[in-house]
Design a binder for this molecule. Sequence first.
Ligand code: 5AD
Ligand code: SF4
Length: 438
Amino acid sequence: MPFIYIKTFGCQMNIYDSARMLGAFEKLGYQATNKKEEADVLLLNTCHIREKASEKLFSEIGRLNEVKKQRKQEGKDTLLIVAGCVVQAEGSEILERAHAVDIAVGPQNYHQLPELVTRYNRRKGRILEAHFPAASKFDFLPPIKANSASVFLAVQEGCDKFCSYCVVPYTRGCEYSRSATEILEEAKGLVETGAQEIMLLGQNVNCWRGEKNGQKMDLGDLIVSLSEIDGLERIRYTTSYPSEMTQNLIDAHRDVPKLMPYIHLPIQSGSNTVLKAMNRHYTTDTYEEIIARFRKARPDIAVSSDFIVGFPGETEEDFEQTLSLVKRVRYASSFSFKYSPRPGTPASFMKNQIPEPVKTERLIRLQQVLLEQQKEFNQNTVGKILPVLLVEKGKEKGQLTGYTPYLQPTHVKMNSRFLNTIQSLKITGASATSLTSE
Ligand code: 5AD
Ligand code: SF4
C-alpha cells in the first residue's frame, strides 16, 4: 500500500483542506503516515498570510528533497506536491526555483489531485494547476470521515472584503457558500463516524447564505438545522466579519444550547483611522455595539479577536486606542500579529511603513494586556463544574485533554476510556493558557 505524508501550515481551513486531500488519496489506495522516509507522496499545504511564508516553504522543500534523494538511492520514486495559498500566489516561481517539486496545486484545484497524479505519471512533466474553476471542488471529493471527536467543516470560502493588508481575496477567490443540503449531509456523515463537535469554517463564515425549501437561510438558521442532528453535541463557527453579523445569528447563542458560548470576532485595530486605512467597513462603536448584543443574548460568552499592530501610518495614539478598546471589551482569548507587508496588497505600497522595532514593542505591550485578560477569564472559571469534551491524551501519563464550552483547554487525570466523551469536570486551577480539573 502506498503512503502519503502531509505537512500543513497555517489556518484551520488548511487543516480541513489537508483532510480532504488525504480523503482523495485514500480513495486511490494511499495510507497516511507521519514518517517521511516511507512516503511515496510528500505533500506540503502552504500558507501565505504573514511573514516569509515562501522562504520557509523553500527550506521545507529542501528538507523533503533530501528524503526524496535518499529514497531514489533505494530505488523508490517519490512525488513531491506543494498545495495551498503560496501556490495560488507564486506557483510558477515555485516550479522555477524548486526543481524537486513535481506538482503545485492551488486551494481551489485540489479535487483534481488524483487526475494530476495520473497525468504526472503518464507524461512525467511537472504540473502547475492554480485557477478558479467554475464548479465547486466539493462536488468532486469523496465524503470526509471524522478523525477526532472534534472536527472542521468548511461551509464558506473566499473573501470579497479586500482589507488592504490581506492576501486571502487573491489566494482563496471570491465568497462562496456551500449549499445547506451539502453541509447537513457532510455533518451527518461526520457525526456517524464519531464527531461530537463541529467547527464550521469560513474566511467570512457569517456571510454564509443558503436556502431550504425555498426559504432563505443565514448562518443562524444553518446552526439551528445542524443542532437537530442526534449525536452532534457542540457547534462552533469561525471566522466572522463584524459588519456582516446578523441578529439572527446572535440570537442563536441564546436559543440553541448546542451552540457554544464563544465568538471570534476580529477587530484588528481600536483606531478608526487605522480601520479606515485597512478598508475594514466598521467603526469601533459598531464593533462594541455588536459585542454588547452578544453579551445580552449570552452573558457568559467568551469573546476573542485578531489584532494587527504596526499597520502603515499607525501612530502611538492609534495604538493606545487599541489598548483602551481591549480594556473596554475584555477578551477571553486572542491572536495578535505584527503587520507584515504582503506582495501586491494595497497596504504594502503605503509610504508610511512602521519600523520593525516599533512593531515589536507594540506587540509586546498589547500581548501583555491580552494575556492578563485571558488569565483572568480562565481564573473566573475555577471552582465551576463545566462539561468538557475530552479529545486527546495529555502529555503526562494517565492524563486527558479536553475543551470547555469556552474553548479553554483543560488537563485532567482520567482513564483513557473517557476519551471522546463529554464529562462534567470541576475546574481546579488556571493559568493564562490552560486549566486543570478533576
Ligand atoms: N499582516 C499581519 N497580520 C495579518 N493578518 C492577515 N493579514 C495580515 C498581514 N498582512 C491577520 C489578521 C487576520 C488573521 C487571520 O491574520 O489579524 O484576522
Ligand atoms: Fe482578509 Fe479582510 Fe477577508 Fe479577513 S475579511 S480574509 S482579513 S480580506
